[in-house]
Every structure is written in structure tokens, then in C-alpha cells.
Design a binder for this molecule. Structure first.
Ligand SMILES: Nc1ncnc2c1ncn2[C@@H]1O[C@H](COP(=O)(O)OP(=O)(O)OP(=O)(O)O)[C@@H](O)[C@H]1O
Length: 273
């Protein structure tokens, strides 16, 4: 078992219920895409699985541990979890090589981590990870000299270098063009499969989610709308997931009566299978 959430809820201090009644489990090695409208709770769920957010209800086990454990046990657990953030939290003046090596800071002894900040301790390893996202030529470039998409790929190189057992990726390809997005999602899925790591990624590109992952979890209003093998998801489920709360009312320019427009699910014609 990779993780297990039982009746998990998360209510923010202002009373906003971001997650409610979330019960979900994943076997080691599964690849799962989280999909759902903006504000549905995908990031909050990823942060909860990744121990960055504590649930206010329910129980959670991650990689065989209850994250409520504090101090050294929690730090140790986090070294086994790799996170790819929507906007990589990388200091702008940091060199790319240092940003990638940061993936293993928690696994290295303190002396090595500190030494690596002054002189990168595994340049070959960082180069290899960067090669996989086509950025080996940026090894010694400062992160503030990269484009948003390049920075996002540095975050992916970091998680590849970390060799985490559980990879949590929050919209990992949102800044990439469609071709690179497909290639990068395939890379993450293949990497996870090759190492029997679990991958959970939130995505707005529904067709990428549908074609590249084993399983799809639809999130809406902080709840699980469906949890199905990717091959079994039906168009009606996707339409309902993304349907506007109230239909958008548009007025035709010629003064014809207003009509309702339901948000369409975008499905570009590319895939993994
Ligand atoms: N600290 C907070 N306090 C109160 N509400 C919050 C807080 N953080 C997030 N929220 C709310 O929780 C809800 C879920 O946010 P979350 O970022 O998980 O959504 P998401 O599905 O990842 O959205 P997106 O696709 O736009 O990234 C949103 O309505 C957001 O406004």
C-alpha cells in the first residue's frame, strides 16, 4: 500500500471546507491523475498526501506511516516523497545544478548537503537528470535566467534525481507546449513504473490524464466525484465534472433569446497509448 486516506476532511481556519469525506487508497506503483475544475481541491489533496497539509478530519497513512508522527520520523518520511509544484519553489539566484541536487538533500548526511550548497556534490547525477528533460545545457545557468517551462522541467529533473517512492506532481506540465507536455508526462509515468514508485499528478489536460495514467480521480467541491480505471471513464462523467455550477448565459449579438452554454471538456488529439 502506498497511501490510504479514510474519511479525510480539511477545513481551513476561515471555515472553508477544502476537502470532505475523502476515502482513497493506492497500491505501490500505480499512476493516478487527479482532474477537476479550478478550486476543486486537487492541490489540497496532493498537499495532504504529501504531509504538507494536516487533515482536520479522518485518518491518513503514507508509505506505511501516519504523518502525524513528528520530528525525525516525519523528516525521514518526507525524503521518500517527491513533489513537483505548479511553480517550482526554487530560489531565483540558485544554479540549476544546485536546484536539481536539492532533491537528495534530505537523504544525504548534513555535511554533504551543506557542502553541496558551496560546491555541487554530484554534477554527473544532476546532468543525467537534466538530460532527461532536455536541459543538460542549462546545468550551470541561474534559475532566474530560465523560462517558466524550463523552470518547471528543472522541478521535474529534481524529482527524477530524488528517486522518491511516492511522486506528487501538481500540474507538472502546465507551462509546457502540447508536445513537450505529452513527452514529460510520459517520462514521469515511465520513471514511476520503472522504479515501482506511485505517481499522483493533477492535470487540467484531461486527454493526457485519460491516456497516460492507470486511474483517474475526479475531484469536485472538495469531494471525490469518481475514481475509475482511466480506460473506463465516460464522457458524461467528465462533462458533469466540469459543468458550470449554473449554466453560463450568453446573449446573441442579433438580440436572439439568451441560451445556456455548458463548459466543454477540452480533448486535444494526442495521447500515450
Ligand atoms: N489557506 C486557505 N484558506 C482558505 N481557503 C483556501 C486556502 N487554500 C486554498 N483554499 C481554497 O481551497 C479550495 C481548493 O484549492 P486548491 O488549490 O486545492 O484547488 P485546485 O483544485 O488545486 O485548483 P487549481 O486547479 O485552480 O489549482 C479553493 O477554493 C481555494 O480557494
Amino acid at each position: 500500500m502506498s497511501f490510504l486516506l479514510h474519511n479525510v476532511g480539511l477545513t481551513h481556519s476561515n471555515g472553508y471546507v477544502a476537502l470532505a469525506d475523502i476515502s482513497v487508497q493506492a497500491q505501490q506503483g500505480e499512476s493516478i491523475a487527479l482532474i477537476g475544475p479550478s478550486g476543486a481541491g486537487k492541490t489540497t489533496l496532493l498537499n495532504t498526501i504529501g504531509t504538507a497539509c494536516s487533515p482536520t478530519q479522518g485518518a491518513i497513512t503514507v508509505l506505511g506511516q501516519a504523518p502525524a508522527a513528528t520530528g525525525a520520523a516525519l523528516r525521514q518520511l518526507r525524503t521518500r516523497i517527491g513533489a513537483v509544484h505548479q511553480a517550482a519553489p526554487i530560489p531565483p539566484r540558485q544554479r540549476v545544478v544546485t536546484a536539481v541536487l536539492a532533491g537528495k538533500l534530505g537523504q544525504w548526511p548534513v555535511w554533504k548537503s551543506l557542502a553541496s550548497l558551496v560546491y555541487p556534490q554530484d554534477i554527473a547525477g544532476a546532468r543525467q537528470a537534466l538530460q532527461r528533460v532536455h536541459l543538460a545545457d542549462k546545468l550551470f545557468v541561474r534559475c532566474d535566467q530560465l523560462s517558466g517551462g524550463q523552470l518547471q522541467r528543472v522541478g521535474i529533473a529534481r524529482v527524477l534525481y530524488q528517486e522518491a517512492q511516492l511522486i506528487l506532481a501538481d500540474e507538472p506540465v502546465s507551462a509546457l507546449d502540447p508536445t513537450l507536455a505529452l513527452e514529460t508526462v510520459q517520462l514521469l509515468v515511465q520513471e514511476a513504473k520503472a522504479r515501482n514508485a506511485t505517481l499522483v499528478a493533477s492535470l487540467h489536460a484531461v486527454e493526457l490524464a485519460r491516456t497516460c495514467f492507470d486511474r483517474l480521480i475526479g475531484i469536485r467541491d472538495g469531494r471525490i466525484a469518481f475514481d475509475v480505471p482511466a480506460a473506463d471513464v465516460r464522457d458524461a462523467q467528465l462533462q458533469a465534472l466540469y459543468a458550470a455550477e449554473a449554466p453560463l448565459v450568453t446573449v446573441a449579438p442579433d438580440g436572439a433569446p439568451p441560451h445556456a452554454a455548458v463548459a466543454a471538456v477540452s480533448m486535444p488529439a494526442h495521447g500515450c497509448r
